[in-house]
Design a protein around this ligand. Sequence first.
Ligand code: NAD
Length: 311
Amino acid sequence: MRVLVTGGAGFIGSQIQDELLSRGHEVVVVDDLSTGHRENVNTRAVFQQLDIGDERLGEVFAAYRPEAVFHLAAQMDVRRSVREPVYDAQVNILGSLRLLELCRQHGTRRVVYASTGGAIYGEPEYLPADESHPINPISQYGISKHTVEHYLRLYWQNHGVSYLALRFPNVYGPRQDPHGEAGVVAIFSLQMLTGTQPVIFGDGSKTRDYVFIGDIVRAGLIGLDSTVVGVYNLGWGNEITDLTIFDTVRRAIGINVEPRFAPRRLGEVERICLDARRAREDLGWLPTVSLEEGIARAVEYYRSNPHGFRA
Ligand code: NAD
């Protein structure tokens, strides 16, 4: 199948394209390299350095006629969305809408969309949050990611572009940018490996649901092959605190360091974890890599790749 991967120079997109290529699909990557790295693009993929909002994206569709799209390109910094809400909406909402218009015009049959379970529910009313939990985002990023789910539904109902919106938990593992704003496993790993004291924002009790990249790639590929349409949480359903992540990274590295604490940041929820029972029932997906195992693999990766991109 011909597959377009937007955001394919980033952490998750680079891992997904490797799996697509290993299964014999043809891959075109579109990425503006705003946070991604050229090195993350597989040498067997066609690469177009382009903003998804650029009109030339139409030429890419005309030339490659993608049958399916993995839509991962996004402004994904929660704090930046709070500081620059218009920019966030431009990339995440308008960019996605332009992409869907091209899917409609060029007969793309399937879109797998990287939504977020961590930022759309807001401060949870119950945990683990399932897909029926009220949507009350407390960041512009949560609003923009959720808005696209509505467009996806419309493009399915009105134009037959089928979709799967995967509400990702906190994803971690090799190639996550340790210099980025998010991704504490990557950030703590690099800081501890280079002798920098890590900072925890808040008192360390903030919780998230952490899933290893390999499990997320598997969900994406199931989503590509499946005819299931709709919105699905991915996660373990377990709350993991910042302090537990800190301690697990510290043990994997085998050093003695204490965190520094700084004030918590606007736009971030205190607690979240995701109920993925629907994904298990409809897609047959379950996470498999434990936190200890996943963090050990991430730490090994950063030991030899401190820059964080494909070696
Ligand atoms: P990433 O920053 O590593 O990858 C995003 C990629 O998109 C980058 O390569 C970047 O250069 C590219 N990009 C950004 N804006 C673009 C634009 N306007 N045009 C073209 N390319 C653009 O992030 P990631 O962790 O791989 O995240 C991928 C997707 O998964 C995002 O949509 C994000 O919102 C979603 N997500 C990630 C997580 C997580 O824990 N990593 C959690 C929930 C949702």
